[in-house]
Ligand binder design. Sequence first.
Ligand SMILES: Cc1cc2nc3c(=O)[nH]c(=O)nc-3n(C[C@H](O)[C@H](O)[C@H](O)COP(=O)(O)OP(=O)(O)OC[C@H]3O[C@@H](n4cnc5c(N)ncnc54)[C@H](O)[C@@H]3O)c2cc1C
Length: 377
Amino acid sequence: MRKRVGVIGGGIAGATAAYHLLKADASLEIILLEAEDQMGHHTTGRSAALLLENDGVESTRSIAKASVDFLLNPPEGLTENIFVIPRDVMHIATVEQSSSVDRFLEKNSSGRIPTKEISKSEAKKRFPALREEGLDRFVVDEGAGDIDVHCLHQAYLNHFRKNGGQIMVSTRVDSARRSGDSWILETKTGEIPVDLIINAAGAWGDQVASRAGVKPVGLQPKRRTAFTVNSNDLDMQKWAMIADIDLRFYCKPDGLQFLCSLAEENPSEPCDAKHDEADVALAIERINKATTLDIRSVQTAWTGLRTFAPDRSMVIGVDPDESSFYWFVGQGGTGIMTSPGAGRLLSDLITEGKPSEHFNETGLNYADVSPERLRKK
Ligand SMILES: Cc1cc2nc3c(=O)[nH]c(=O)nc-3n(C[C@H](O)[C@H](O)[C@H](O)COP(=O)(O)OP(=O)(O)OC[C@H]3O[C@@H](n4cnc5c(N)ncnc54)[C@H](O)[C@@H]3O)c2cc1C
């Protein structure tokens, strides 16, 4: 009999899981279930779309390493577009933040292109609207880029669909119960039997687990707001992104606008997050202090939930107590750029029981992302 797999959640996590798993084992019958009427309605559609290898905890950096080649050189036949356009990321610091710069440089020497310190005049060339006064030190990540998130998400989904995968939108999985060796997924429109569950429900990951009788892992969704402002006809498309060295704000060219954020992390319940005007106002104040952009109004603002496990590593793999329930959550603030590596890892674990040789050179210690670590007291 063909094995049936139910992937719960149609964000980038569910999409890459479905894509990679079907590619690894075409005999599987995979159903991707999304609660909303649009895929990517929640966090995936609200990101800053950045590829920055020197970001996050060690395991995230390893998974990013396992993702870069896919993003820069997509597999034959997956897309006619490009997923990444290069963009430098420049971290800026005042005199008082000098020790943060030292720590930052020490920590970020492991990417393909290590972070390096540059002069103020070099920094001005990369972001001409920087204010001269106040800022003292500048470091740059040259191996970064902007990801076309919509294009990447759709590429996974289109490939999955074309190869026989099933997608059901407006289908919230309300609960799951065991039926012999299988599961019955309960939805408003009926029951769906599956043999294996992949929980890719983002901020709702623990809720989905609880409703399947599986112990939660302690996920914490955290709000982050972003907004766009007019570029006032500046020719800024090739400028670097700037980010405060302690991540108190960031600002990057985004088409004909700037995309800005306070980079806040405010705990939230899983929900359709809405932005708080005070977060936008504070970000504008900080960006105006560091630049001559003189931001006075906002085009659009939105908030998304970046969801973390307690140790900020992703949660990828089989549940220690339920051999047919796989976790694929906790992507935090890096779920887009790590999606190729994370999807590959999940599919390796399901089909081979361990990470494949693809991860050999990445430094990944699988124990760091295994769900088991979160069950140990
Ligand atoms: C402001 C901001 C900036 C960011 N910047 C970056 C960045 O620069 N680079 C980067 O890599 N990442 C970034 N991220 C993080 C990235 O967006 C996330 O890591 C990623 O989108 C998480 O994807 P996901 O599929 O896990 O979650 P989601 O996209 O939220 O998908 C989960 C899906 O599960 C569905 N679901 C939930 N419960 C059920 C159920 N019971 N039944 C069916 N479906 C269900 C939901 O409707 C949802 O669509 C940013 C995030 C934010 C908010």
